[in-house]
Design a protein around this ligand. Sequence first.
Ligand SMILES: Nc1nc2c(ncn2[C@@H]2O[C@H](COP(=O)(O)OP(=O)(O)OP(=O)(O)O)[C@@H](O)[C@H]2O)c(=O)[nH]1
Ligand SMILES: [Mg+2]
Length: 300
Amino acid sequence: MSDSTTKPHFGHVALLGRPNVGKSTLLNALIGEHLAIVTHKPQTTRHRIVGLLTEARGQVAIVDTPGLHRRRDHALNRRLNRIAADAGQDVDLVVMVVEAGHQNEEDDRVLDLVDKHAGPAILAFNKIDQLKDRSALLELTAKWSARAEFDAVVYLSAARREGLDELLNEIFRLLPEGVPQYPEDLFTDRSERFLAAEMVREQLMLQLHQEIPYGLTVVVERFERADSRLLIDALILVAEDRHKAMVIGRRGQVLKRVGTRARHAIADLLGQPVHLSLHVKTRSGWIDDERELDELGYAR
Ligand SMILES: Nc1nc2c(ncn2[C@@H]2O[C@H](COP(=O)(O)OP(=O)(O)OP(=O)(O)O)[C@@H](O)[C@H]2O)c(=O)[nH]1
Ligand SMILES: [Mg+2]
């Protein structure tokens, strides 16, 4: 607890890690909102998303990032790695998220980023609920601690909300002193419009398979409030014509399911009833076209 003698802390913390280790799940668990989209597929996150947590001991801006990966085959993939790399440099503190039961050479790229970061770093082993034998963590900790200078090591199950207090204690300990820079009731830097597009993309990623989810993007074309309802029109852009039929599904069933689930997710997050209408169009080549990516809201 803070008292009159402890000064508040403030700073930005980046969650870095290879795809699928649970960064977005961790952000959501810390913030207590389904802010960042989560799926079992790697490369779900495509944006830098800030979640805000305000407590008596200060305020922390937690930055979720796209998973650092090896593929550089198109412009979007290159941008995703750049967003993660830049986030690692622009913050006061980095949290390297590693999957406790499984590491690979993509984690090494994350380690390079941690090395480049000038400030403190925390190593977070996530998904400890999947470990058969938690004593393996001792050896893992020794191995990874030898590879970079970490100021703290924590053990988490973001999905089961285990270890979050320990992580937050370390975060506040390592953050500089400072007063909150964001309004206390704000929980993200992102617009409601952005969050709505992401909720639709989350459902599409969950419902579609193989390469289809990776070739699609969502644009919110209308976002209005009327009679205390949100009226949202979203356009789903797919990479190929044949993907359009898959997104719509037989008798429109896939699109209907995506719409229903996304509508509930948006209503829960924004606390208002939602009317959501979805359309699908083909826009080939957007994923490797710098101008299109700018227009579609992907940061450089
Ligand atoms: N068992 C278990 N699963 C988890 C845990 N944390 C996350 N997951 C699951 O791991 C998968 C990936 O989670 P995400 O949060 O999307 O991972 P990410 O690191 O943000 O992935 P990218 O955005 O692709 O970089 C999802 O299926 C989550 O439910 C955990 O603590 N335990
Ligand atoms: Mg993510």
